[in-house]
Design a protein around this ligand. Structure first.
Ligand SMILES: *[C@@H]1O[C@H](CO)[C@@H](O)[C@H](O)[C@H]1NC(C)=O
Ligand SMILES: *[C@@H]1O[C@H](CO)[C@@H](O)[C@H](O)[C@H]1NC(C)=O
Ligand SMILES: *[C@@H]1O[C@H](CO)[C@@H](O)[C@H](O)[C@H]1NC(C)=O
Length: 467
């Protein structure tokens, strides 16, 4: 014990390290998050490219998808506004073959994911949305007995060219028309989700919600990317100012959502590190985990009910790569699903801007089997110095630590990630590896550019006792 203390004090005073304290004892539970808080997106652009290397029938894809379920699986994006289901040769646009629609539904059903599909809002008749093609898809869906969890209409309507065609008021009418069509066909209960606002959200969102959009929707969505993937640099990914830029965006979105669409859910309906396909050799590497884990932390803390990651597969920001193998952010998402539960605590520390820390009750329903009362603290060190994280509340209690570090000598741009020192890999196509913690106690040593989860099973936190 004394030797530990001595080593600790020596390192604090002689080396370039710092120490922060997390106050868990007085932390208040401020939000609840649902079991579907983290979801994924498949960009509808994949439809026009015949899905590239994505394989709906792959055993490996199913295993990876199951690991993240239950969750939403959205198929949407800019191409959605050009897609025609079962297109005839003389129709303009991108064809969605019937077989693709079957594949999406089967993958979602087999993996236990909830499919969300984004309809094309562009077809018009006398200025109104023309539901003819959507009706074909819905009738077929009902006939097959598929039950997607939700539907959207259009993508980023505040951006051209749509904004010139469809006003906020008109879009609200179009959403109402969509709901009417779906109910006339006998579509089983589903969520109506939108308007998938992109970038600068106000005032389009406000006007749309005021014009009746708020009454029609079950979940209000905005899209968010920190920066443009074509100009992003590695430094951006460890920049606390860039990470903090999410706070006012989410706050103003949640405020508008809660005011203009009370009692409706507010989602980041499509989000990633960088727009335009992500940053090459950065958005799919170890370092991308900082933006992703921090986004999950901030989004839960500020009252969002779901965060849909762009993307499950594809471009530079996929959770799985072109060979259908998991990227570091896949493993991070899997750990998050297994370890992080509800409610969310309002812990903040301001003494070191390179340390980001969040705390929730532990997910007690995951296969790891933690008991009620447990707390999960998750933390990131985006700086180049080791930091000692002191959690007074837990110092005498056992901790189960899951510490992530770069998977090889590529460091921040490693394609791999280590969990407690061992590279995470799929053992085979039909099973995920065991995610094993290191049992420890006392102050957590978080090295430069490491991140991780610390579970305190004996926390006995009253807010975490209900199951
Ligand atoms: C979270 O949900 C529980 C159970 O429904 C409820 O008792 C609690 O008040 C909620 N907490 C917050 C912060 O909303
Ligand atoms: C697809 O279109 C063909 C004709 O182009 C039609 O025969 C077929 O019934 C359509 N399928 C669905 C599922 O709508
Ligand atoms: C907790 O784990 C269960 C079982 O794996 C999962 O269904 C649920 O989505 C997880 N909860 C959260 C908040 O991710």
């Amino acid at each position: 014990m004394f030797r530990h203390l001595l080593v600790f004090l020596l390192s604090v005073f002689t080396y370039d390290v710092s120490c922060i304290t997390i106050n868990l004892e007085s932390a208040k539970a401020v939000r609840n998050v649902s079991v579907k808080f983290v979801g994924v997106n498949l960009d509808s652009g994949l439809i026009g490219t015949k899905w590239r290397n994505f394989d709906f029938k792959s055993r490996k894809v199913l295993t990876l998808a199951k690991g993240l379920s239950p969750s939403y699986l959205r198929v949407g994006g800019a191409t959605s506004d050009r897609i025609m289901f079962n297109k005839t040769h003389d129709q303009p646009g991108v064809n969605l073959p019937v077989a693709d629609w079957d594949n999406m539904n089967h993958l979602a059903m087999n993996a236990g994911m909830d499919l969300i599909y984004d309809f094309n809002v562009i077809p018009r008749k006398n200025g109104q949305w023309d539901p003819t093609n959507a009706r074909q898809l819905l009738e077929y869906t009902v006939k097959k007995g598929y039950k997607p969890a939700g539907y959207e209409l259009g993508n980023e309507p505040n951006h051209s060219p749509q904004v010139h065609i469809i006003s906020e008021k008109q879009l609200a009418k179009d959403f109402a028309a969509f709901k009417h069509v779906a109910s006339s066909i006998g579509v089983p209960p589903f969520l109506t989700i939108g308007p998938d606002i992109g970038g600068v959200i106000m005032p389009y969102l406000e006007k749309f919600l005021e014009a009746g959009g708020g009454d029609v929707l079950d979940a209000v969505t905005m899209h968010q990317y920190y920066t443009n993937g074509q100009s992003a640099t590695l430094k951006d990914f460890t920049d606390s100012k860039l990470l903090d830029s999410l706070i006012p965006e989410v706050q103003s979105f949640v405020k508008t959502c809660n005011q203009k669409a009370p009692h409706k859910q507010c989602w980041l309906g499509e989000t990633s590190s960088c727009s335009h396909g992500g940053a090459q050799h950065i958005s799919d590497r170890y370092v991308a985990g900082f933006l992703w884990l921090d986004k999950l932390g901030l989004s839960a803390l500020h009252g969002l009910q779901a965060v849909l990651r762009q993307s499950f597969f594809g471009s530079n920001y996929g959770l799985i790569d072109a060979h259908l193998n998991p990227n570091p952010d896949y493993w991070l998402t899997l750990l998050y699903k297994r370890l992080v539960g509800s409610p969310v605590f309002d812990i903040t520390q301001t003494s070191d801007h390179n340390i980001r820390v969040y705390a929730h009750c532990t997910n007690v329903s995951s296969s790891i089997g933690y008991k009620p009362g447990s707390i999960t603290v998750y933390m990131m060190n985006i700086g180049s110095k080791t930091v000692y994280v002191h959690i007074p509340f837990s110092s005498s209690k056992t901790q189960q630590r899951y510490i992530l570090s770069p998977g090889d000598h590529d460091g921040l741009t490693s394609q791999f990630v280590k969990l407690n020192g061992d590279v995470l890999k799929l053992p085979n196509d039909h099973s995920l590896p065991d995610l094993k913690p290191v049992v420890s106690h006392g102050t957590v040593k978080l090295e430069a550019y490491n991140m991780g989860f610390v579970v305190i099973p004996d926390a006995m936190k009253p807010e975490c006792m209900q199951t």
